[in-house]
Design a protein around this ligand. Structure first.
Ligand code: ZN
Length: 138
């Protein structure tokens, strides 16, 4: 069986981090699937999905890391294409990736205690996002 769910997020951009673990767990529960996989996907080329320990220190460290490896204050070729100034957003999204798949075991998300599923909005403006959660299994 396969079931899809959508969740809406109001985001601020510039690498704001949203813990969506409880939403993923709710979707698994609603699906009634007890063993299989859950996939979390962001349709959009300036978002990212990954796991992290969602605590205040790392909530600062991760945006700092992004700023170091893909700075927001320099020009990118993409900005010449559209003039939207978010070349860095697309590059960060490509690096982190738009989706994540995790195991569903005995009706539960099989994640670590200190491992949350997070959505990262890398865009340079606020957005309304829809995240697609697909639960597949039996
Ligand atoms: Zn763009």
């Amino acid at each position: 069986m396969v079931q899809n769910f959508g969740i809406k997020l109001e985001t601020e951009g510039m690498c704001d981090i949203h813990d969506i673990t409880s939403k993923v767990e709710e979707s698994i529960k609603k699906s009634g699937i007890t063993n299989g996989l859950v996939n979390v996907f962001c349709p959009g080329s300036t978002g990212g999905i990954t796991t992290i320990e969602y605590e205040p220190g790392l909530q600062k460290d991760l945006p700092e890391l992004m700023e170091k490896i893909i700075p927001s204050n320099r020009p990118y070729e993409h900005d010449k294409t559209w003039g939207d100034g978010n070349g860095f957003s697309h590059l960060r999204s490509a690096l982190i990736g738009p989706s994540l798949t995790a195991p569903v075991v005995s009706g539960k998300l099989r994640h670590g205690t200190w491992q949350q599923i997070v959505f990262l909005d890398f865009d340079n403006r606020s957005r309304t996002r829809e995240i697609i959660i697909t639960v597949m299994g039996e």
